[in-house]
Design a protein around this ligand. Sequence first.
Ligand SMILES: Nc1nc2c(ncn2[C@@H]2O[C@H](COP(=O)(O)OP(=O)(O)OP(=O)(O)O)[C@@H](O)[C@H]2O)c(=O)[nH]1
Ligand SMILES: [Mg+2]
Length: 440
Amino acid sequence: MSELIAALATPPGGALGVVRLSGEGALAAAMTFLEPKSVPERRPVLRDVLDGGSLLDLAVVTCWPEGRSYTGEEIVEISAHGSPYVLGRILELCLAAGARQARPGEFTQRAYLQGKLDLDQAEAVCDLILSQTRLAHRSAVARLEGGLSKSTARLRGLLVGALASLEASLDHPGEEAPPRPEEELREACREAGLLLEAAGRGRILSAGARVVIVGRPNAGKSSLLNALAGQERAIVSEEPGTTRDAVSEPCDLGGLKGLLIDTAGLREEAGAGPVEREGMRRTRTQLESADLVLLVVDRSAPLASQAALFPLLNKKPAVVALNKCDLPSAFPAAELRRAAGNLPVAEVSAARRAGLDRLCEAARSALLPASVPCELSVSVRHAAALGACLRELEAARLRPEPELAAEHLRRALAALDAVCGLSVPDDVLAQVFARFCVGK
Ligand SMILES: Nc1nc2c(ncn2[C@@H]2O[C@H](COP(=O)(O)OP(=O)(O)OP(=O)(O)O)[C@@H](O)[C@H]2O)c(=O)[nH]1
Ligand SMILES: [Mg+2]
């Protein structure tokens, strides 16, 4: 049986606060300071909380029996008034009754250890708590429902099948060797590659996307940052070369968390002073780490010099913001179409805050195409495990000897199982649960 743990499960400052107790003897511990001294199962009841014989608070108390609770252990939750003094005292009363202060994420860790959640579901609980946007929330919920294990189940099936045929050929060496499972191996590699790609994009869902705004001086980059961020964050002026340092501001890109980064305008180096050149160097550095580039094109200025920036986009997801749409166009639309190729173009007026929703939508779909399953918003841990799985699979395909190929497949399987926590080393588990807040 597991040790009794207790923690405050709610952040300070609310009208109510919840103290949680989980483990053997949770109810008995709570009975040392609650009155009347009985609490029915799974039904909230009002109880007096007594502190040394005097009334500390009136609280709503709920008890879940072993096997039917979040952690799988006996749980008592005491929902009291949000006074830091009251909640602190209730926690002390729990500790005095034999509980130990819970570590961050320890309740969810127990749920995982008791088999109530797989590791990805446990991590999804944390992401759900941290989710700030619609898509981050949707992804956390999909994973909480076991979405990631479902997505990896097909790959696991292929791996297990291929391994079984290889092992069959090892077990019966004298007989005619069955054909190598080439088709399964190829399919497994493809599937692992897709999952890995989706995992990379999924990082953007949980961590947010770095959206770097570039363009010629005066195109309206800073105006666009301000319009998207909903505040006058960056200096705007009709003087070209206003922005020198990169200026960043968080924003919501159609349900996706984004970090907008406004940069110094890019133009020919000749004629630029040392400060402007340094600004442009910083813009290029920002471009390298961009998840998405927003190229601002000024509709009221000639296209030729602006079009010179298109090659910079270089295979990164990108969207063209055709700005100053409140002014007459200095070039025909077809000319921009030719220069932009396949890139989506959204017409906006940063000054008038027009067309922003469509721009955000274009940015969101460039970052997360509809084909990427939402449940694959995964952590660095998943991406590393999927990467290891793919490497082992590729190694297996290169090995003509069935013994060696089978060994690589076993390692690929172990890496895949780590994604959903079927076999995870203790230090990795500790890292996963350290991200949590205390009380969850
Ligand atoms: N008419 C119109 N003017 C705009 C629009 N967006 C920006 N401007 C004007 O264009 C000028 C340059 O805007 P900024 O936002 O400072 O341009 P920038 O690209 O950040 O310029 P640098 O920092 O110098 O590279 C300012 O005078 C803005 O008011 C727009 O949509 N319509
Ligand atoms: Mg600027």
